[in-house]
Design a protein around this ligand. Sequence first.
Ligand SMILES: NC(=O)c1ccc[n+]([C@@H]2O[C@H](COP(=O)([O-])OP(=O)(O)OC[C@H]3O[C@@H](n4cnc5c(N)ncnc54)[C@H](O)[C@@H]3O)[C@@H](O)[C@H]2O)c1
Length: 289
Amino acid sequence: MNPLEVSLEGQVAVITGGGGGIGRGIALTLAQAGANIVIAEIVPERAAEVGARVRALGRRALPVVMDMMDCEQISTLIAKADDEFGRIDILVNNAGGVSGRPFLEQSERSWRRHIDINFVSMLACTHAAAPIMIRGGRGGAIVNIASSEGSRAAPNFAVYAACKAGMISFTKTMALELSGHGIRVNCLAPDHTITPGMMGNRTGPVDEGQWRKRSPEEEDAFLRSIPLQRFGVVEECGRAALFLCSQASDYISGVTLPIDGGTSAASGWVRGRDGRWTLQEGLSFGSAR
Ligand SMILES: NC(=O)c1ccc[n+]([C@@H]2O[C@H](COP(=O)([O-])OP(=O)(O)OC[C@H]3O[C@@H](n4cnc5c(N)ncnc54)[C@H](O)[C@@H]3O)[C@@H](O)[C@H]2O)c1
């Protein structure tokens, strides 16, 4: 096989939150590469839409409408995937969500919901799916969708960021604990990727007409903070996940790959309005653009 050709032919991938945004982008990319797809999704229309697209690509799809905040439903999801396909090769722990407010204004109910969707769902899914990968004896790949917030301070998003940091840590430990079974465990850390959730369309069918419009000033401020000067798109997360799930990354385990247009490298440096790099609006250092 051409080393640049990646094929997941015959493999089975479970994608949580697979009906919208980054999960949908990953589901469709893995299906294009040959995988059959299990879509765990809370919005029925989204689950059905991705299921239909996977089938149109000639793969099998199992859309499961469920709540990733419920560990019993997660056990049922993995049992359904096993019943339907008899194997699981890939698990993408993508379901997540955030609402922003200072920690001291956040209720205990809100912390717990953040922890359930962003962290416990990953634990429960890994706990249920990894034994099926081990039973298959073919190895496997687990990809956890963290965030650049997992490696930096995140005012107004303290619990979300702590969950993502926990995800990065858990990834490293699982990379060791599952290595003897040929299961690789890695993270993607996206930033500024255009998705329904990021654009304020968290529920119901994906409707770009409902997406929050940014003012030109807000758009400009965002773009000056991203070295590649554009937002990311879900297909880019899809291709990075395909890399981490495929033979192309056979010797890679326990890493976190930023998908962020360079923001983690920038680490606070932004383009000033005059185009020069600066650590704070109004201050300039050197003349490079
Ligand atoms: N978009 C970004 O810029 C960005 C940046 C960093 C990290 N992330 C991470 O990427 C992941 C996906 O984010 P996104 O922006 O695509 O989100 P999104 O809201 O656009 O999509 C998430 C999908 O998961 C589904 N979902 C939500 N709660 C669920 C639940 N309880 N049970 C089952 N399904 C559920 C939603 O219906 C939706 O289809 C999250 O873990 C998020 O933290 C996103």
